[in-house]
Design a protein around this ligand. Structure first.
Ligand code: PLP
Length: 627
């Protein structure tokens, strides 16, 4: 029931089926459609698409957009809040065209808009958010071109609000607006005193990178007034960090933001919108706690704290309820995509060892450690055996360095040592108390499963900020997992590994997996990768982007799915071109070398042609392992 905590982080989308396979229900309004991941894998294989593959469930994206908007609408009704909700999706969280288009389409009935944080994002948003009822919110640092684009968008009838991050931006905006004769829509971002808790806490507080202090906000409002643009000031914005782990920081920031809004209103600056930024967290580790990879609240509580919190302050201060804006990105996209890959090998903690039979004249260290093997089943002090074995192994290493024992004797001692440790580990599994130094045995004896993917491409935050992402085998979950392991990727970088996992009793260094069977694929899914991870990946080791499949439900058969689109991942050709190589001239250079070999008789002409083709095909091929 609690296996890999799937139910907890799955939010109703993912669950383990009675056949032991992982299932996804991408559309909560159509629970008839439960897709077995095994059939997704089969379909991908049939289409001839190589793994690793990013799988996107567009229905999940749509469902999250609807959930957020519907929750705001329902809560506003329940609270008798006088304003409405007009959310925006911050494209930085996942800028993939298909993702943004789907979000815009699903959000259309709610007038859900878009947020951009850079010039490139603004150009994108201008092309995609054509609904004149929804908002376009512009954050981030801006230059002249940025301001001109924003004013162009505004003059095309889009509700485009430029959020001022530092005072000089306001002067620039007003100057260009005056030149063009357009009245801008202006927002101000407040530097909040409340700090979020969690990994992004530095987005708030006085040392925050973005935003205006209270006195700068007042000066900005007065500056606009002096320029005859008092009513251009429309929005108050704040964002105290992504992945807010503790609901208290949400409550506190709403309270602070509502007070600033109310005071501005009383000073005669009648803003229409309060934009509470992002921060709605995801329960990556399924603990529903204030752990960095979790949060102690859900979407409904988050929304209720915003709506009721804002209403309470506004009522006390006797100011109108503003239209509420939020910029949730993580909560919209995290669940919709995952990475599917196979385990391509096992790296055991120690080798199978060598023959340890007694030989005449062997060193006493060898016979001493063998004696421990003989008594382990009858001896009642495991710690003594553990200590003695560890000491013999250390002594053996010194003895080898001093040429007192041979390489073969050292190998025998190592073999016997690992045999002892395995027995100790088996015995302590049922013990009530395990001494601290023996607790590391589980990790030291664990295997490493080699997986066909790159941490730097597909799970950058696990490496950069120790973010935990759920990893689950796609099949065999009705079998007891017997192998404790960590996961390593195929980059030649020792940091390319996952070694923090969700276990039934908290966070663990090892993940219980099933033993690999010869000639049987073992597929894993890396989940909740749709926010940030999907688009932050880098080119480490020139692996590049993954093949992608987009899964949709069949309109005519609610129990069936189909691959609507395949987006090819990077070929070697692609990644080399980005690095300024010319793959065609590389192929010519290699061909010349092969021709020379053929001409000098070192290679047969037929072989030469074969090798030339092979090199060219590899250049065109996928960067990941062909399994
Ligand atoms: N808005 C702003 C200004 C941000 O900086 C961010 C990201 O940190 C977001 C929205 C999205 O936040 P989240 O993904 O936590 O919803």
């Amino acid at each position: 029931e609690n296996l890999y905590r799937v139910k907890r982080w799955g939010e109703g989308y993912f669950e383990i089926g009675s056949n032991g396979n992982l299932f996804v229900t991408p559309d909560p309004n159509n629970t008839d459609m439960r897709i077995d991941f095994k059939s997704v894998v089969e379909e991908i294989k049939q289409e001839g698409i190589q793994f690793p593959v990013v799988v996107r469930f567009h229905d999940i994206l749509r469902s999250q957009v609807e959930r957020l908007n519907q929750t705001f609408q329902d809560t506003i009704k329940e609270a008798e809040y006088q304003g409405s909700y007009m959310g925006v999706y911050p494209v930085k969280v996942n800028q993939m065209r298909e993702v943004v288009e789907e979000v815009v389409d699903a959000g259309a009935p709610f007038n859900y808009g878009l947020e951009a944080g850079s010039k490139a994002e603004l150009l994108t948003v201008m092309a995609l958010n054509t609904n004149t009822e929804s908002l376009t919110i512009l954050n981030g640092y801006k230059d002249q071109e940025f301001m001109r684009l924003a004013l162009l968008s505004l003059s095309l009838g889009r509700k485009t609000i430029v959020v001022i991050e530092k005072f000089s931006e306001l002067i620039l905006l007003v100057k260009i607006a005056e030149e063009l004769g357009i009245k801008p829509l202006v927002g101000v971002r407040s530097k909040m005193t409340v700090k979020g808790r969690g990994k992004w806490a530095s987005s708030g507080g006085e040392r925050a990178k973005f935003g205006l202090t209270i006195s700068e906000i007042i000066n900005a409002a007065r500056y606009l007034e002096e320029r005859g643009m008092k009513d251009s000031l429309k929005l108050l914005h704040f964002h105290i960090g992504s992945q807010l782990t503790d609901i208290r920081s949400v409550k506190e920031s709403i309270n602070e933001g509502a007070m600033i809004y109310s005071e501005l209103h009383k000073m005669g600056f009648k803003l229409d919108y309060v934009d509470v930024g992002g921060g709605l967290g995801i329960d990556y580790d399924g603990s529903k706690s204030t752990n960095d990879s979790s949060r102690n609240y859900n979407m409904s509580e988050y929304v209720a704290d915003i709506v009721f919190g804002m209403k309470q302050v506004c009522d006390l201060e006797q100011v109108p309820h503003p239209t509420l804006v939020s910029e949730s990105g993580r909560a919209i996209t995290a669940h919709h995509s995952c990475v599917i890959t196979q385990v391509v090998g096992e790296i055991k903690a120690h080798s199978t060892g060598i023959n340890t039979d007694v030989v005449a004249g062997e060193h006493v260290l060898v016979s001493n450690i063998r004696e421990l093997v003989d008594i382990i089943d009858t001896h009642d002090n495991l710690q003594e055996i553990f200590n003695d074995a560890s000491q013999f192994k250390e002594q053996a290493l010194d003895a080898f360095k001093l040429r007192v024992i041979s390489l073969e004797e050292l190998a025998k001692i190592e073999t016997l040592y690992w045999q002892i440790m395995e027995s100790v580990q088996l015995k302590i599994q049922s013990a009530d108390f395990v001494p601290e130094e023996m607790q590391e045995l589980e990790f030291n004896l664990s295997s490493q499963y080699l997986c066909n993917f790159s941490v730097f491409q597909s799970a950058a935050d696990t490496w950069a900020i120790d973010q935990i992402l759920p990893v689950v085998p796609l099949t065999r979950m009705d079998e007891r997992p017997t192998v404790n392991c960590s996961l390593v990727d195929i980059t030649c970088d020792s940091d390319g590994k996952l070694d923090k996992f969700i276990s039934d009793h908290g966070i663990s260094d090892v993940l219980p997996m099933h033993s690999l069977k010869p000639k049987e694929d073992y597929f894993l899914g890396l989940f909740l990768t749709g926010a940030y991870q999907d688009v932050m990946g880098d080119m480490h080791n020139l692996f590049g982007r993954l093949n992608e499949v987009h899964i949709f439900s069949h309109d005519d058969d609610p129990e069936d799915f189909y691959i609507e689109e395949v987006v090819k991942g990077s070929s070697v050709d692609d990644v080399l071109s980005i690095m300024q190589y010319h793959p065609s001239s590389m192929a010519q250079t290699l061909k010349k070398s092969i021709d020379k070999h053929v001409a000098s008789g070192k290679m047969k002409p037929r072989e030469g042609v074969k090798w030339t083709d092979f090199y060219e095909n590899c250049l065109k091929g996928y960067t990941y392992l062909k399994v």
